[in-house]
Write a new protein. Structure first.
Length: 513
């Protein structure tokens, strides 16, 4: 076979057109722009500060460019001039000058650039290419693990979400704003607060003495409510959720990592209907209590309360669900019960303290992003139990469990303290502390600290204002109405208020409960 025949045969086996895609794909990159940006930084002294918030050493695809940018960062940190000679010397000190191609490569970078014009635009393109490479890296890692039969899919999904969250955080940048539009927004909020009869600028808790100090829960705030076990943390936030949703029609999202949705609703029934928890569980209600349940239950129907009982919720899952709740249901406040049961799956930590720090920091970031208050319950460590005397049992900021970062990240830290739990029945003025709970505002970044006294009805898992009327007289009134068995419980065949309308209220009550 002669050469012409061989060439003809070779051409027949090749595709008509050949592109780079036939041989594989190159990672996203912009090498020319990398060289332009580095050259511009060595040409104009202020050029580095235009791109320092946009680029990191890892943003550069070419290893030599990565090391040159590191040298420029080193010079900037030492506040030394950035030019061809200083960068060359810094690379020599770092021991990598020959690796990047020597002083000749530095000379080439500066020779091809006339000015630093458009350096920010070029830097953003380089940053986008880097993010694209990171997405490819993460996707490849997830793909590899997904093909592994030993991989738990649920764990992999959480890990994937965590990895994507890390990549997305690198791209979260807020531009500097001139003050005028911010002033307009602040004045607008003041005007909105002035129109409310109670004069609150935030979300009302329904506890008047607490709202006076806080002016309501403020947007973008992270509020930590902490207490030892059995102090009533869940009862407190359930009472608040009921007040906000029922009395003020504020949409509330409650994430419970400790209780199921049915258990939470049972708590709400106890709270709203004032029926003891044991009776709610076993259904052994007295005739008047069935009437009370039917009558007061109507308050909860259509209330804008959204529950999620996902166990071991990750901060990344929370972020996704919270965004959707705000978008679809216009959620005004988010409550988490409780912080130490959350995790940050998909990220590795040296200790549980570091993980809690990341969770706390992420919650603060989420509250700012969604512009809503986030209330997170927290446990306290056991150290206060060993302290002597009643005053020694009062919680302190140092008692927050597992991480000092919680105290740092929170805009407000409140403690729940019940003196009665520690056998203290009177205060120093001789006032009774039986059935009372103290809300201690220990940290308030944007306002005053102080103590607030509320009533606590443990049998109903309910907190109320100190000066609220006691509803027990109404229960007794209904009980007398039904002494002659005029009401038959659902277990005996009759169940609705249509058959047994509620009796008229005593004169001292203006509205039904």
């Amino acid at each position: 076979m002669d050469n012409n025949q061989k060439n003809t045969r070779r051409k027949a086996t090749l595709p008509a057109t050949i592109s780079s895609n036939d041989f594989g794909k190159l990672p996203p990159q912009a090498l020319e722009l990398e060289e332009d940006v580095l050259g511009a930084m060595m040409l104009e002294k202020d050029a580095y500060f235009l791109v320092s918030e946009i680029l990191s050493p890892d943003s550069f695809y070419k290893e030599a460019n990565n090391k040159i940018y590191k040298a420029i960062v080193d010079l900037a940190l030492k506040q030394e001039p950035i030019d061809m000679h200083t960068v060359t010397e810094q690379l020599r000190k770092n021991g990598v000058l020959e690796e990047i191609g020597g002083a000749y490569y530095i000379t080439l970078l500066t020779a091809k650039i006339a000015s630093a014009a458009h350096i920010e635009f070029h830097a953003r393109i380089i940053a986008q290419k880097y993010l694209a490479r990171e997405l490819i890296r993460v996707s490849s890692e997830i793909l590899s693990k997904a093909f592994d039969d030993r991989t738990d899919v649920v764990d992999l999904m959480q890990e994937a979400e965590g990895m994507l969250f890390e990549v997305s955080q690198r791209n979260v940048k807020k531009d500097v704003q001139q003050i005028n539009p911010i002033i307009e927004e602040a004045v607008k909020r003041i005007q909105e607060a002035s129109k409310r009869p109670e004069g609150l600028s935030g979300i009302p808790s329904g506890f008047h003495s607490l709202d006076k100090i806080t002016s309501g829960w403020q947007r973008s705030d992270l509020i930590i409510i902490a207490a030892r076990p059995a102090m009533g943390k869940t009862a407190f936030v359930i009472s608040m959720a009921r007040n906000m949703a029922v009395d003020y029609n504020m949409p509330v999202a409650l994430f419970s990592l400790e209780m199921s949705n049915v258990q939470l609703v049972n708590r709400l029934l106890m709270n709203v209907c004032e029926i003891e928890g044991d009776k709610i569980k076993n259904g052994q209600l007295a005739p008047f209590e069935w009437l009370q349940l039917d009558y007061k239950l109507k308050k909860l129907y259509d209330a804008p309360i959204y529950l999620d009982d996902t166990p071991s919720l990750s901060v990344f899952e929370l972020r996704t669900k919270a965004r959707r709740l705000v978008k679809e249901h216009n959620i005004k406040i988010l409550i988490i019960d409780y912080l130490q049961l959350m995790n940050a799956s998909g990220m590795t930590f040296g200790s549980r303290e570091q993980e809690v720090s990341t969770i706390s920091r992420s919650l603060k970031g989420l509250s700012k992003e969604l512009d809503i208050p986030i209330i997170a319950l927290s446990q306290l460590n056991r150290s206060l139990e060993g302290r002597i005397g009643h005053e020694g049992k009062r919680p302190q900021l140092s008692d927050l469990r597992e991480s000092g970062a919680i105290e740092q990240d929170a805009d407000m830290v409140c403690f729940i303290h019940r003196p009665e739990y520690y056998k203290v029945t009177e205060d120093t003025q001789g006032n009774s502390l039986i059935g009372m709970a103290e809300i201690i505002i220990a940290k308030h970044r944007n306002g005053a600290t102080g103590d607030v006294m509320l009533r606590f009805k443990g049998q109903f898992a309910k907190f109320t204002n100190k000066d609220d009327e006691d509803e027990s007289s109404y229960q007794g009134y209904i009980s007398k109405i039904n002494e002659n068995n005029s009401f038959t419980s659902p277990n005996n065949g009759t169940s609705s208020l249509e058959a047994y309308p509620p009796p008229p209220l005593p004169n001292e009550y203006d509205v039904p409960f």
